[in-house]
Design a protein around this ligand. Structure first.
Ligand code: NIG
Ligand code: FE
Length: 419
């Protein structure tokens, strides 16, 4: 397709040469070019500018698309999801409404163990089919790149099944996908403790899965009742010997020293951070000096759904950090893959200006899965993955009119996907 988008009210995140990410006060300067044009040829963006420089494309040579009163935003880059799973956990939700906490539900065999039982039983093809449906749903919502974790298998066979499903999704997906082996997610009942299960993950699963080309990153749930800092250290070190970086669940309920550990070991991201102290923030700042920081990733749908505190996004950005926002889509703590809702909560609950939340959900999300060369901004040479909004007076309408649909037309690889 060749297409010229004209009279765009605001072209968001447009750079001739995109930085890899934006941090701190630069997030407020995520560019918005007013009254703009953008041209797409094939699957790539090839140029943009203000309307005074709009190219004259001979009629019949390209589709001309008027975007009066509409913004164009780079597709959402969701850097943290558990999109491959077998069953919903709506029954547990009822338990919660009746007074049980996430920890109490887990202690009676619910939670991750419940998801693992269902996943172990489900044939690979069925798991693939329901996961593909979920993937196509979120592409319709404007997601243009995605990370997916394993972690509901909890046996070698079932973890491999999950990772194989992610690999198959990569092969058919219209959008780029990264695969994360969430080896240490919960301790299965057959194991005495987290340390023994970590041994099994490190010795028996990780090397095989890496050699089968199933793993882009590793992950662990560093949390009381799940995996200790020592377990996580061993997993990260084993992965690092195989040249695999980590993205780690830390500070969801308790601070166990995971942030500092991950920063020291060059983690790509630390995710959750519903609670975070000044020492953690200092460690994350320190990682910025290397040029390839550990990205703090906030998951506001999880806070919303579990009534947890929100990650202090405002504080992290004010500290100069490159905050990213993601969905955490999963059946237990965030049964939604809606990045627009994530961006809304970024403003409504975390104090981010809309443009900061958008930068966190696009370019920084892309960088938190090392896809910033392909997606995350409107830049010549990047994939034409973006969406056209409904008519809006300003980007602040995204959180302000909090029930209105934002995404009108979705383009993936230069083609109209929905709208
Ligand atoms: O990111 N916290 C750990 N893992 C998931 C939830 C897993 C579940 O409850 O199914 C999360 O919130
Ligand atoms: Fe998660």
């Amino acid at each position: 397709m060749r297409a010229l988008f004209k009279d765009i009210k605001g072209l968001v995140g447009c750079y001739e040469n995109s930085p890899n990410f934006v941090a701190g006060e630069n997030m407020k300067n995520f560019p918005v070019l007013k009254n703009a044009w953008m041209e797409v040829v094939g699957e790539k963006i090839i140029g943009f500018g203000s309307m005074s420089t709009c190219p004259k494309v001979p009629s019949g040579k390209a589709q001309i698309i008027s975007c009066t009163n509409r913004y164009i935003i780079p597709s959402w880059c969701d850097s943290h999801s558990h999109l491959v799973y077998a069953n919903d956990r709506a029954g547990e939700f009822l338990d919660r409404l009746r007074g049980l906490s996430y920890e109490e539900i887990a202690a009676k065999g619910g939670g991750i163990l419940n998801s693992a039982r269902a996943l172990q039983k489900l044939p690979e093809d069925d798991l693939f089919d329901c996961s593909l449906d979920r993937l196509l749903e979120i592409v319709k919502l404007g997601v243009g790149a995605l990370e997916i974790k394993s972690g509901y298998g909890l046996t070698l066979k079932a973890e491999r099944k999950m990772l194989r499903v992610i690999k198959r999704l990569k092969q058919v997906s219209p959008i780029p996908i990264r695969a994360t082996f969430l080896g240490c997610h919960a301790v299965p009942a057959e194991f005495n403790n987290s340390s023994d299960y970590t041994d099994h993950v490190i010795s028996d699963m990780l090397p095989q899965f890496v050699s089968e080309g199933l793993v882009d990153y590793v992950d662990a749930f560093c949390e009381t009742g799940y995996f200790s800092k020592e377990d996580v250290t061993r997993l990260i070190d084993a992965a690092s010997k195989l040249k695999i970086k980590c993205k780690v669940h830390v500070n969801q309920f308790n601070i166990l020293g995971g942030v500092k550990l991950c920063v020291n070991r060059g983690a790509l991201s630390v995710d959750h951070l519903e609670i975070i102290d000044d020492a953690d923030i200092a460690a994350l700042k320190e990682s910025l000096t290397s040029g390839s920081p550990t990205f703090p990733v906030a998951l506001p749908l999880c806070s919303h759904f579990l009534s947890l505190p929100y990650t202090p996004g405002r504080k992290l950005v004010d500290a100069g950090l490159p905050l990213a926002l993601a969905t955490d889509q999963n059946p237990g703590t965030s049964p939604s893959g809606d990045m627009t809702e994530v961006v809304r909560l970024g403003s409504l609950k975390m104090g981010l200006e809309p443009i900061e939340a958008i930068a966190a959900a696009t370019l920084n999300g892309a960088a938190a899965m090392e896809l910033e060369d392909k997606v995350g901004s409107i830049t010549p040479g990047k994939l034409a993955n973006f969406f056209v909004t409904r008519e809006m007076s300003g980007l602040e309408e995204i959180p302000y009119r909090f029930n209105d649909v934002v995404v009108d037309k979705v383009y993936v690889n230069g083609e109209l996907w929905v709208g």
